[in-house]
Design a protein around this ligand. Structure first.
Ligand code: ADP
Ligand code: MG
Length: 218
């Protein structure tokens, strides 16, 4: 489902990053671990096709990212990737409901009220549909952002530092929710984190893989 071979990326005015090879099966869970600045967010951006392809090979959901152009990449990402960014990027001017409707519109989908209600209900935030993001707690805002990320039933869910700035209880809830949501959808889940609590929060009944990043930076 996700595999990389000799994946590397160099920012124009930044470090050259190298990533160890990894293979993640459909429905698998991958924890990207490493210190701050090691390249976790870069790996996620590559997997989402948000950064131009690096060196080496990266295949996500059967698509070689090296072969994907910018325009084709936007359509591919909309239907394949659910991204939960570190900064949630909910539109402050829009209600929770309209944030999700906007995501359908941005993906050139017809507005689907039933699916919006379903996604909000799945994340337990259906009663917050008419609120604006400023009227949500941090945990609620994250649930709304996750509802938006899975709205189009992506095959891959990418979450960047999903426990940052959450207390222990909320961090555990966030990780369990991500895992349950991915399992429910049959999606592959990648979580990037420098938070040692995340591994402890994962349901140990389910297998997961680690990829340590940062030991081979030059
Ligand atoms: P992490 O998510 O593990 O904290 P990042 O992937 O954000 O790490 O960053 C990896 C490295 O690349 C860091 O040294 C960071 O400073 C650098 N970097 C990130 N974005 C850019 C950019 N746009 N231009 C130049 N360097 C960058
Ligand atoms: Mg990061």
């Amino acid at each position: 489902m996700i595999s990389t071979r000799q994946l590397a990326y160099r920012y124009a005015d930044g470090p050259a990053l190298q990533f160890e090879d990894i293979d993640v099966a459909q429905g698998g869970v991958l924890l990207l671990c490493g210190a701050s600045g090691s390249g976790k967010s870069t790996w996620l951006a590559l997997a989402a096709g948000l950064l131009g392809p690096g060196a080496g090979d990266m295949t996500v959901a059967g698509q070689s990212l090296q072969a994907l152009g910018k325009v084709a990449g936007d359509a591919w990402r909309a239907k394949t990737i659910g991204f939960l960014p570190q900064k949630l990027h909910l539109s402050a001017a829009l209600t929770v409901h309209d944030n999700l409707a906007m995501a359908q519109w941005a993906a050139r989908q017809a507005q689907d009220e039933q699916r919006i209600a379903e996604a909000l209900t799945a994340l337990g935030v259906q009663d917050l549909a008419r609120r604006k993001p400023a009227q949500l707690s941090g945990g609620q805002a994250q649930r709304v952002a996750l509802a938006r990320a899975v709205l189009l039933r992506p095959q891959v869910i990418l979450a960047d530092e999903p426990t940052a700035s959450l207390d222990d209880a909320a961090a555990q809830a966030a990780v369990k929710l991500l895992q349950a949501t991915a399992r429910h959808q049959g999606a592959t889940l990648v979580m990037a984190t420098h938070d040692a609590r995340v591994a402890d929060c994962l349901d140990s009944q389910m297998g997961f893989q680690f990829l340590y990043i940062g030991s081979n930076q030059r």
